[in-house]
Design a binder for this molecule. Structure first.
Ligand code: PMP
Length: 328
């Protein structure tokens, strides 16, 4: 779909996948106005296709647009682009039963040819899709993380709460640094003190304190510099549904280290659309390395994972109305 200042959104069309052309002066190539979303369509056991929290993704898309001085895409157009793509491409949605899905990537970028630094007057919104296999084909495997003090993902007043393309470009060297340290993923700390945990790579984090009926969940509070994940938000609700107490607060790296050692922190997991829920097994930084509960996935992590994937696959009741049927 094309946007032109004064006219608004026009010329929506579904076309065969092919390269697109851009003017060499297209503003996105110079000043980086580009945002995206990520969500999934799941085949249900009756053969229908449904996706998870389309409205929440559409709303976050427009919040990202606000931060980068882009126009809003009406939520109705966001939703319709998904339904219309699936009308054509539904055979790409994998069979029900496994962990596979169709990953949907809506995105918007500045296309006006101009060399002055100002918001573009023209944009393109595109939606592409790709089948996604099981994130863990050999079962859920805990990840190792590196606490990055060298690099930050986002600073107060910056673009961290937006799904802005530049945030991901800026994260690449930090991810490479984590890999050099032998870790799977980078954990971002706050920009000012480099002390408080924000998020992990492209996922939000949850900490489980205690166990059994006394277990309580803690997730870093939305500081303005971490991405308000839709999986994070859904888990806040599901944890409360299951009677767990959940708090959004600041967690320092010292607290993580000390309480993992004393056994007070019993489980840690990351959550996001791609992997849904991933246990964190070990943590490393310049001061050394420690593991969480022997590095094995914990019972609360796995129970929340089962509930969430059950809702997404239609095997658990969708009591919050999070699923949208895209094709009967
Ligand atoms: N943080 C970042 C930086 C991300 O890119 C993502 C993926 N969108 C998340 C967290 C998790 O968000 P969601 O649950 O909406 O996928």
């Amino acid at each position: 779909i094309t946007y032109t200042e004064g006219t608004g959104w026009h010329d929506a069309k579904v076309e065969p996948y092919a390269p697109i052309s851009l003017d060499p002066a297209a503003m996105v190539l110079h000043y980086g106005q580009s945002i995206f979303e990520g969500l999934k369509a799941y085949r249900q056991s009756d053969g229908s296709i449904a996706s998870f929290r389309v409205e929440a993704n559409a709303a976050r898309f427009n919040r990202s647009a606000d931060r980068i001085a882009m126009p809003h895409l009406p939520e109705e157009l966001f939703a319709r682009s998904i339904t219309e793509l699936l009308d054509v491409d539904h055979e790409w949605v994998p069979e029900a039963g496994g962990e596979s899905s169709l990953y949907l990537r809506p995105y918007m970028f500045a296309t006006e040819p101009a060399l002055g630094v100002r918001p573009s007057a023209e944009y393109k919104y595109l939606l592409i899709a790709s089948p996604a296999g099981a994130y863990f084909p050999r079962g859920v495997k805990p990840v190792s993380v590196w606490l990055s003090r060298e690099y930050v993902r986002a600073a107060p007043g910056g673009t961290g709460a937006a799904k802005f393309a530049g945030n991901y470009a800026a994260s690449l060297v930090a991810q490479a640094h984590a890999s050099e340290q032998g870790c799977d993923q980078v954990v971002w700390l706050d920009a000012i003190e480099r002390k408080y945990v924000e998020e992990m790579g492209g996922m939000n984090l949850y900490f489980v304190y205690g166990s059994g009926p006394d277990a309580r969940l803690v997730t870093p509070a939305l500081s303005g510099s971490l991405l308000p994940g839709i999986t994070r938000d859904s888990l806040l609700t599901l944890a409360m549904d299951s009677g767990l107490s959940v708090e959004e607060q600041r967690i320092s790296t010292e607290e993580w280290r000390e309480k993992a050692a004393s056994g007070e922190i019993t489980e840690v997991f990351a959550c996001g659309t791609a992997a849904v829920i991933t246990p964190v097994g070990s943590v490393k930084d310049r001061d050394g390395e420690f593991s969480i509960a022997g590095g094995e996935p914990g019972p609360i992590t796995m129970a929340l994972r089962d509930t969430l994937t059950g809702i997404q696959r239609g095997t658990f009741a969708d009591t919050h109305g999070w699923m949208t049927t895209l094709r009967a």
